[in-house]
Design a protein around this ligand. Structure first.
Ligand SMILES: Nc1nc(=O)c2c([nH]1)NC[C@@H]1CN(c3ccc(C(=O)N[C@@H](CCC(=O)O)C(=O)O)cc3)C=[N+]21
Length: 302
């Protein structure tokens, strides 16, 4: 099967993300032509995080390519919390800004929850504000976190109807694990959330038709745990040493041992090229949705 046809069951997140961005660009062009409206995304970064430079560069480039305005605020690492909150208040009041993203993690002296809850929920394109978390949990609209939203798109495209499927999410973060569980429940999947205290992770994973790995531990999920034919979505992005590439070099790996898991899985996302590009495309989608709602227009059909 996949052992003799490597790559045949690989889910191409890069391609799906490019297609989504194309649809978004079409909606943005129409918004401009029909309503004179250009969606605007403001990104605020506090301090320097070299690991996120690729992310930031991709975000800025793709926002522009989709026809949106991109505002970028780089604040020094020692910015007082009050100054950051004031910046957010200013962006909340700015009518040309429809989406606000404050890049995480924040320096230790800043309370991330306080920062997130200062963002106007209507502009919270990360979907991290308690109002948006509550809206998702109650199935009453709101903005949906980008990574889970991207994972769900890949799952639906791969599996089709998720109703009755056994899904396991490994990881219980507010950013991925919990919202992913809510989205899958909304699709009528039977959902398990596993975490660091789960008694027998291998056994739990082996029962699942759908595995979403979001723990941030390189290759924690072993290939032979995967039920034959299961769909595997790997959210992990772990930088590990890659001496084979040269001294001091690193490479990106997921939470799943890809090569081994691909021999069992019906379909599996690679890292990179899987969930990552979908996260950025969904950030653009959320910015478009936020702009439409703020203008009193219907949600775009993406
Ligand atoms: N408020 C907030 N929201 C975020 O969504 C957020 C954040 N803070 N802080 C940083 C992390 C990181 N993140 C990435 C998303 C996509 C890629 C991505 O597109 N990766 C590519 C290429 C990666 C590479 O080659 O280095 C891939 O996986 O194929 C990477 C990283 C979003 N984050």
């Amino acid at each position: 099967m996949s052992a003799t046809h490597p790559g045949i069951n690989r889910i191409d997140g890069k391609k799906t993300a490019a297609a989504l961005r194309e649809r978004i660009a079409g909606h943005v062009a129409r918004l401009k032509a029909d309503h004179g409206l250009t969606p605007g995304l403001a990104v605020v970064i506090v301090g320097e995080d070299p690991a996120s430079q690729v992310y930031v560069r991709n975000k800025v480039k793709q926002t522009g390519e989709a026809g949106m305005n991109s505002l970028h605020f780089a604040l020094p690492a020692d910015t007082p919390e009050a100054d950051l909150l004031a910046k957010i208040a200013e962006l909340n009041a700015d009518e040309t800004v429809h989406g606000i993203l404050v890049q995480l993690p924040l320096p230790g002296h800043i309370d991330a929850n306080k920062v997130i809850d200062t963002i106007d929920p209507a502009k919270d394109v990360d979907g991290f504000h308690v109002v948006n978390a509550g809206r998702l949990a109650t199935g009453t609209g709101g903005l949906i976190p980008c990574t889970p939203r991207g994972c769900l798109m890949l799952l639906k495209q791969t599996v089709g109807d998720l109703s009755g499927k056994r899904a396991i999410i490994v990881g219980r973060s507010n950013i991925v694990g919990k919202p992913m569980a809510q989205l899958l429940l909304g699709e009528n999947a039977t959902v398990t959330i596993a975490h660091s205290r789960t008694a027998d992770l291998a056994d739990e994973v082996a029962r699942a038709d759908i595995v979403v790995a979001a723990v941030g531990r390189a290759h924690l999920i072993k290939g032979d745990w995967i039920k034959p034919g299961a769909t595997v979505i790997d959210v992990g992005m772990n930088r590990v040493d890659a001496p084979e590439k040269g001294p001091g070099k690193t490479r990106l790996v997921g939470d799943v041992d890809y090569e081994a898991a691909a021999a069992h899985a019906g379909a599996i996302t690679p890292v990179p090229g899987g969930v990552g590009p979908m996260t950025i495309a969904c950030l653009l989608a959320n910015t478009l949705v936020a702009a439409c709602r703020q203008a009193g227009l219907e949600d775009p059909r993406l």
